[in-house]
Design a protein around this ligand. Structure first.
Ligand code: WQD
Length: 321
């Protein structure tokens, strides 16, 4: 089988590319290389296309036809919550417009299966212990809104063109499957803490007065390799006969607080870390942990790696960088 991975030169996409190659799939990576890195796509064919440009849809459609691809996995999007609040236009144009170009190309080239990179950000600030896919999404920032709109667009494309689609709502992704595929963007807790430590600065905890066991925010951290495997499982699901659901949470079902993540980093590095306690960050829910019932029961997928596995892989990848 041939799969075209859009954004396959990025952090998460390159892990999926590597897994697919290991399973003997032929992989074509489409990436603008604006933030993606060519060296992450070793073993796959690479086509440099910026899917947000006006001519992208036709270019992509011709590559889809030429490659004989039967599946597309779409990662390419901006994903910084804070940036999306300041520059919503860029998120509408690139995240939504880019997906529109991709779906138009898929329809034109007769692609059957599409896996879409969605996010827990579609849920906003749900006040529940475990987030299930039945919860009505209420995104609270433009980034989350573009992911929810993307899920609507997939449903429209299914109805209009007979595509078979799955949206994976990622919770908090971290770690590295291979050191050379490490997350080099310092935008989330684990890489931020590692970066602070390397600069000899104390990490900052954004608030310790939340209604959680230690007062700091709790999130559902999932290893990027486990997440990549969920994409492989999603492709197999689309190629099967029974497809009862189109949306799946991807997480571990367990929560870790900011302080627990920092303590895990201290264990992995064999050091003591005394973080600073700062102000709350606007828009942070106290707790965001997902139910994994649906993905386990339907795709047969569940996470295999612990928080210590995640943090240790991130520390080792950074040390090797
Ligand atoms: C995690 C926790 C911070 C940095 C976002 C997106 C989500 C997904 C993952 C793409 C929060 C706290 C952080 C720091 C801290 N991305 N923190 N000090 O906000 O849960 O989720 O990234 O799909 O869609 O919304 O992730 O890593 O930014 O923060 O205390 O220096 O760590 O307040 O509670 P978040 P994050």
């Amino acid at each position: 089988m041939t799969t075209l991975v859009i954004g396959g030169a990025g952090y998460i996409g390159s892990h999926v590319v590597r897994l697919l190659l290991e399973k003997g799939e032929r992989v074509v990576v489409v990436d603008s290389l604006i933030t993606g890195k060519e060296e992450r796509t070793a073993g796959a064919e690479l086509v440099q296309i910026d899917i947000t440009l006006p001519d992208a849809s036709e270019k992509l459609a011709s590559h889809l036809r030429a490659s004989g691809a039967d599946s597309v996995i779409h990662f390419a999007a901006h994903k910084q919550v804070g940036e999306s609040v300041v520059e919503p236009e860029m998120y509408w144009h690139d995240n939504v417009g880019g997906l529109a170009n991709v779906l138009s190309a898929c329809a034109s080239a007769g692609i059957r299966d599409v896996v879409f990179s969605s996010s827990a950000a579609v849920y906003g600030m749900p006040d529940v212990d475990l987030v299930t896919e039945d919860l009505t999404p209420q995104p609270i920032n433009p980034y989350g809104a573009t992911k929810y709109v993307g899920e609507w667009m997939l449903a429209d494309a299914e109805r209009a063109h007979g595509l078979r689609t799955v949206a994976l709502r990622y919770f908090n992704v971290a770690g590295s499957g291979w050191p050379e595929l490490a997350d080099t963007a310092v935008m989330n807790l684990v890489p931020i803490v590692l970066d602070q430590l390397e600069q000899g600065r104390a990490p900052v905890v954004f608030g310790d007065d939340y209604d959680t066991p230690d007062g700091t925010c709790v999130r559902d951290y999932v290893h990027v390799l486990d997440l990549a495997d969920a994409h492989v499982a999603a492709l197999e699901y689309l190629r099967g006969e029974q497809r009862p659901h189109r949306v799946f949470n991807v997480g571990t079902g367990t929560g870790s607080s900011v302080l627990e993540v920092i303590e895990a980093i201290a264990r992995a590095k064999g050091i003591e870390i005394t973080p600073e306690i700062g102000e709350r960050r606007a828009g942070d829910p106290a707790r965001l942990i997902c139910s994994t019932d649906r993905i386990r029961e339907t795709l047969g997928w569940e996470s295999t790696k612990t928080l210590d596995d995640i943090v240790r892989s991130a520390v080792e990848a950074r040390a090797g960088a």
